[in-house]
Design a protein around this ligand. Structure first.
Ligand SMILES: *Cc1c(COP(=O)(O)O)cnc(C)c1O
Length: 232
């Protein structure tokens, strides 16, 4: 079942790239395995998936411990400063940096472990009250401060678009994100700590539209592993 789903998602990614005249190799699929058991992750590994997304620190650490394979673990959920130390040398990419204080904490812990931490800035592109992330106006100022931190590399931007019935409704937000991404890339072209390469946007309901508008990473959970049950 998981393998069929993965095949379907990959086919959809290729089709979306074709529509947009893009090379499918520009798009990385992150399999969002939150709440799902190790056995399901192993099935995805078996298929060839190397990038997994988790949104809780504890759950990610538990899974890393249980799965010996060398994988890219993406932390995609809100990150509390007091938990940074647990994932600093484990996360391949932290998608959810939304304040200078969090960035400073990541830098601090990265220095202690002598690593460089790769992060994305989370943008609340639709200005939803229920969502984390900085406004698009705040991104430039935040980057100005973060680029002074020696043990952080900013790799790009991330957004969680609104929950909508029709993915087309989010196209406008994906377009705005892409514009912001290109703008920030140009403005920071000569800074070594900021390399705008990653635009993480699109989930099960809207990743195809996100790819058409320029996403380089899509985070798909339900479309691969099925619906989540939070009551178990
Ligand atoms: C859960 C989650 C996803 C995946 O959502 P699906 O709709 O199941 O694909 C993607 N991104 C983030 C940040 C998430 O928390």
């Amino acid at each position: 079942m998981i393998k069929e789903n993965l095949k379907q998602v990959e086919d959809n990614i290729v089709a979306a790239c074709q529509r947009a005249g893009r090379d499918p190799r520009e798009v990385t699929l992150i399999a969002v395995s939150k709440t799902k058991p190790v056995s399901m992750i192993e099935e995805a590994i078996d298929y060839g998936i190397k990038d997994f997304g988790e949104n809780k620190v504890q759950e990610m650490c538990d899974k890393i411990e249980k799965i010996p394979n060398k994988l890219n673990w993406h932390l995609i959920g809100h990150l509390q400063r007091n938990k940074v130390k647990y994932i600093i040398d484990k996360a391949y990419l932290i998608h959810s940096v939304d304040s200078l204080r969090l960035a400073q904490q990541i830098d601090h812990e990265a220095k202690k472990k002598n690593v460089i931490s790769n992060i994305l800035i989370e943008v609340n592109i639709a200005g939803e009250e229920s969502k984390f992330g900085v406004s698009k106006e705040q991104v430039e100022v935040l980057l100005e401060e973060i680029k002074k931190l020696t043990n952080i590399h900013v790799k790009g931007l991330m957004t969680i678009a609104p929950f909508v019935e029709d993915a087309e409704e989010n196209r406008v937000y994906f377009k705005e994100m892409y514009k912001l991404f290109v703008d920030m890339r140009q403005k920071n072209a000569d800074n070594n700590n900021i390399e705008m390469e990653v635009l993480s946007m699109g989930m099960t309901g809207d990743y195809q539209v996100a790819i058409e508008e320029g996403a380089t990473m899509v985070r798909v959970g339900t479309g691969i592993f099925g619906a989540r049950n939070y009551n178990i």
